[in-house]
Write a protein that binds this ligand. Sequence first.
Ligand code: SF4
Ligand code: SF4
Length: 127
Amino acid sequence: MKETTKSECASCPALCCEGLTIDIKKPRDKEDVEILTWKLQYENVGVYILNKRWHLFVEGRCGYLGDNGLCTRYESRPDTCRRHNPPDCERFIDWYDTFFETPEELEQYMEKERRRLKRRRARKQKK
Ligand code: SF4
Ligand code: SF4
């Protein structure tokens, strides 16, 4: 486990404590897309893809983040927070390849994917 680079975190507005990321499966069928579309109807909920992996993102402050931008339970913070360190964090890397904020954005992406897969299948059949 890496140690937190405190100097980099000290000068950061605690970006990693201002949103919750949940791993989800890539939507495979119409029902999956419908459920994800419904989740995207909520305020402060987004979906992103990073390295082909899908995640639900809920924007909001962790309850343990103090007004001074520091963790109020730093010594007993969860392992997931301990493992989240610079430079592999949202302050220093692009933390998503694609981000959907609205149901429409997801639907457009899925439509493009459907067309792409259709073209690929058609090319394979020609071979
Ligand atoms: S881990 Fe990264 S995002 Fe979180 S406080 Fe430190 S520098 Fe900021
Ligand atoms: S427990 Fe502390 S380090 Fe972890 S997200 Fe909350 S404020 Fe940030």
